[in-house]
Design a protein around this ligand. Structure first.
Ligand code: URA
Length: 281
């Protein structure tokens, strides 16, 4: 398998991985309405080699028909057109499209993908984290790295599969080097979180970590102060707990986190949340 330096020059990635990244990028651009790309010779050569993967994009629900136009190695530049189906008009898709095209802050310049969030768009439980990390930025999906694996286990411990909740972050783009989100970045992204809550209409929200808690609750109180009681965001009850990345570094916090999770599940049941695989209570 060929490998090369990844687009950020960090470490070698396989051609297959680059193909997957390209597909995700193309899908996001298609959702934003882009139909043509201008490729230099090298990119065209790469596309030609991963032609099967590009055909997968053109066969995906977001697109109709094969890519049109031509690609070829060694040419000065090549135009590739992909015919996309019209976007769905519902609120969720409209919001997603808006967020995917966001350029409200500096994070738009360095990001690979926008991480809108994923899961059940009508979930009764909304999970809010801090911001995408390296793996999330590459894949366009929230919580897929080591912290994400632990998040999955935490959710499973109280009876939820990942696809039964909606998982998103305060910031939709990765801060370079995983630095803390800056106040103006949070301010730029906060309206998206509000709209996600409006559209998904969860019965309970769980804030994982200080940034999620402080952003949702518009406070600068510490996580320690915020844990252990129920709060509210836009009329929806909020439970606050440790960020899974913090739990990976501090195993002694796992016990109190478990108490938070049990409280979350109780609140969820009291709020009439659907039992996994079942109907709304
Ligand atoms: N940490 C977060 O807060 N969110 C992610 O998506 C990944 C790691």
């Amino acid at each position: 398998m060929r490998s090369s330096i990844d687009p950020k020059g960090c470490w070698p990635v396989s051609e297959e991985t680059r193909g997957e990244l390209l597909i995700r990028y193309l899908k996001q651009r298609i959702e934003l309405g882009q139909r043509e790309w201008y490729l230099d010779g090298g990119a065209a050569d790469f596309i030609a080699r991963i032609g099967a993967l590009v055909r997968e994009v053109s066969a995906s629900p977001a697109t109709a028909g094969p890519p049109t136009g031509t690609t070829g190695a060694g040419c000065e530049g090549t135009s590739v057109a992909i015919n996309a189906a019209p976007r769905s008009g519902n609120d969720f898709e409209a919001l997603r499209t808006e967020v995917l095209g966001c350029t409200r802050c500096r994070l738009a310049e360095a990001r690979m993908t926008v991480v809108f969030g994923e899961g059940d768009g009508e979930a009764d439980l909304l999970v809010v984290g801090e911001a995408p990390g390296y793996e999330e930025d590459l894949s366009g999906r929230p919580f897929v790295g080591p912290a994400g694996k632990l998040l999955d286990k935490m959710l499973a411990a109280i009876g939820f599969r990942r696809d039964e909740v909606f998982i998103c972050n305060v910031l939709k783009c990765r801060p370079p080097g995983n630095r803390d989100p800056l106040a103006d970045e949070i301010a730029a992204c906060r309206p998206y979180l509000r709209k996600q809550v409006e559209v998904i209409a969860p019965r309970v929200i769980c804030a994982f970590g200080r940034f999620a808690a402080q952003t949702l609750l518009a406070t600068d109180q510490s996580l320690t102060r915020l844990r252990g009681s129920t709060h509210e965001f836009m009329g929806v009850p909020v439970v606050v707990t440790y960020h899974p990345a913090a739990l990976l570094r501090n195993a002694e916090w796992k016990r109190p986190a478990w108490e938070d999770l049990k409280m979350l599940r109780r609140l969820y049941d009291d709020a009439g949340g659907r039992t996994p695989g079942g109907e709304r209570g």
